[in-house]
Design a protein around this ligand. Sequence first.
Ligand code: 15L
Length: 278
Amino acid sequence: MTDTPAKPVLLTGATGALGRVLTKSLSALGWRLVLTDIAPFPDPVPAGCAFTQADLSDGVTIPRLAEGCGTIIHLGGVSVERPFEEVIGPNIRGLFHIYEAARLEKARVIFASSNHAVGFHERTESLPADTQFLPDGYYGLSKAYGELMGRMYWFKHGVENVNVRIGSAREEPIDARMLASWMSYGDLSRLMQRCVLTPFVGCVAIWGTSANTRMTWWRDDARSALGWTAIDSADPFAGQLAGAVSGDPVQERYMGGAFCAIGYSRHEPAPIWGERDV
Ligand code: 15L
């Protein structure tokens, strides 16, 4: 199999931290990237790539950018917990524009979903990829909706999509939670390559973490069908980070960590999902 896609790849959210990492690593492989973001691109645009500043809410420009592309790696939109009104435009309407563009182009969507789509699951659980969504805020809710949009477009229109529930993708893990949730930039880039190059993916979900042995929260996803295995690990950071906890019982109880505690207003302990009597 060739390691360069036949058609260019549209990469949204190119100016964000992960967008810049993927722009660098994928362009270095000779991939032709159509880059876009609402903010200007801060780096020199690599050879074979082009950058267009655009808003995901712009239902004319987004499909135009997707013209001729075989895959859309969709990282764009709000990437942290924000009020509902700030999330809905980029993450819901913007995603609709992405899926409509994919339908018109017969392109595949690689959606940067998030662990926050399941953030209110307890850290004592071990979730298969087909677990129930349990979003920990408006951001996580938009990611759950985005995954469901992918299912609808797959069943109704045959638009293939991979939903990568990214844990904590950053240079290095910085707290005890990330001993489970961390994903290295290298593992992220290699996963994206498999998402784009695998001949058939259908509609699947992947837990986006490195090979952390403390990563017992998430299991049984579609990685073997993609031929992807994580090779980095947060384990070497365990000694220095084991004590790096917040002290907040809500944060420490749930997979979503700090996002769960934002605006949390329960006074009594929350029920355990699946054991509630409602
Ligand atoms: C995410 O989805 C966010 O985009 C990122 O900022 C981190 O907070 C990450 O999750 C995480 O849970 O560590």
